[in-house]
Design a protein around this ligand. Structure first.
Ligand SMILES: NC(=O)c1ccc[n+]([C@@H]2O[C@H](COP(=O)([O-])OP(=O)(O)OC[C@H]3O[C@@H](n4cnc5c(N)ncnc54)[C@H](OP(=O)(O)O)[C@@H]3O)[C@@H](O)[C@H]2O)c1
Length: 280
């Protein structure tokens, strides 16, 4: 935790970075908790990441978040990597230790599970098969967190099948890779469906997935948060499925970071959610 007499500093390093919602989230919490501090967007190119991270202690930063394209490359820069971040294969939060060394964490999985529990307090990861579409960075955090929470069967499908197979091999049970062409049928009997692809994101076409086989009781979640309701979520809601958008994941991953830097575990309040929704 930073010295109480100091102006508290953190930020997000990315390229591009100005689209990031993180400054709004953390600056809301500084104000909420009466803390003097600021959280800045830091436009850092790939080749500048090492120097920028190593400058954090001298600048008095408590740490920073990382976004595209830095989440994986930071693994080779920080001094220690949290085991969960290592398994996910990416760092989204760096914490400056008292001696100036750097710890790397990943809070995306935490944010994802919190967003689901927030939407459905009775949610159980072992309620039935979970279908995860996509095998990119977001998928890794979702898969590890679902498996750690006790999911018994995860059917993983990705447009490029070799990536789904590689993840199933790396993480092992309960993850099983299925063929992309079987994605519509893979929804049969599922208790939950998760989209982790970029399909449905603003500027991208909708995910090509027919929901006919998906039980109406299934929870449908999309980690895309712009727009708040993707075509997948609209289709799911219209046929009677409960839906969870990606905003809760984004908001909740920020909580443990703020806690690690400043010693306060902030909450995702309706006020914060409304403010961020207005900005998305
Ligand atoms: N809510 C949050 O906090 C949060 C956190 C992380 C990510 N996200 C969102 O999640 C989305 C994915 O991010 P990411 O970092 O995981 O991206 P990524 O690593 O680039 O992975 C992209 C995924 O989308 C798939 N894909 C791309 N085009 C496709 C198409 N035409 N048809 C089917 N699949 C396609 C890719 O499949 P291939 O392997 O075949 O290319 C891959 O599985 C983004 O919208 C991002 O904003 C949200």
């Amino acid at each position: 935790m930073s010295h109480p007499d100091r102006f508290l500093l953190a930020g997000v390093m990315g390229w591009p970075v100005m689209h990031s919602r993180s400054p709004k989230i953390h600056n809301f919490w500084f104000a909420k908790h009466g803390l003097a501090g600021t959280y800045a967007p830091l436009a850092i190119r790939a080749e500048g990441l090492r120097a920028a991270l190593r400058a954090l202690p001298a600048l008095g930063f408590a740490g920073c978040n990382l976004t595209i394209p830095h989440k994986e490359t930071a693994l080779d820069i920080v001094d220690r990597i949290d085991p969960l971040a290592r398994r996910i294969g990416a760092i989204n939060c760096v914490v400056v230790a008292p001696d100036g060394s750097l710890d790397g964490f990943n809070h995306d999985g935490f944010g994802y599970i919190e967003s689901i529990v927030e939407a459905d307090a009775k949610w159980r990861p072992d309620a039935g098969p979970i279908v995860v579409i996509g095998a990119g960075g977001g998928a890794r955090a979702v898969l590890v967190s679902l498996a750690d929470r006790g999911a018994r069967e995860i059917r993983l499908l990705n447009r490029s099948p070799e990536r789904a197979q590689a993840l199933a091999q790396e993480f092992g049970a309960p993850i099983r890779a299925l063929a992309w062409n079987d994605r519509h049928g893979a929804l049969d009997g599922a208790a939950m469906l998760v989209n982790t692809t970029s399909q449905g994101m603003a500027g991208q076409p909708a995910l090509d997935l027919a929901l006919d086989k998906l039980p109406i009781s299934a929870l449908v979640s999309d980690i895309v948060y712009i727009p708040r309701e993707t075509p997948l979520l609209t289709a799911a809601r219209r046929r009677g499925n409960r839906t969870v958008n990606g905003l809760g994941m984004l908001l909740n991953q920020a909580r443990p970071a703020f806690h690690a830097w400043f010693g306060v575990m902030p909450e995702v309040t309706a006020e914060l959610r409304t403010m961020i929704e207005a900005a998305t």
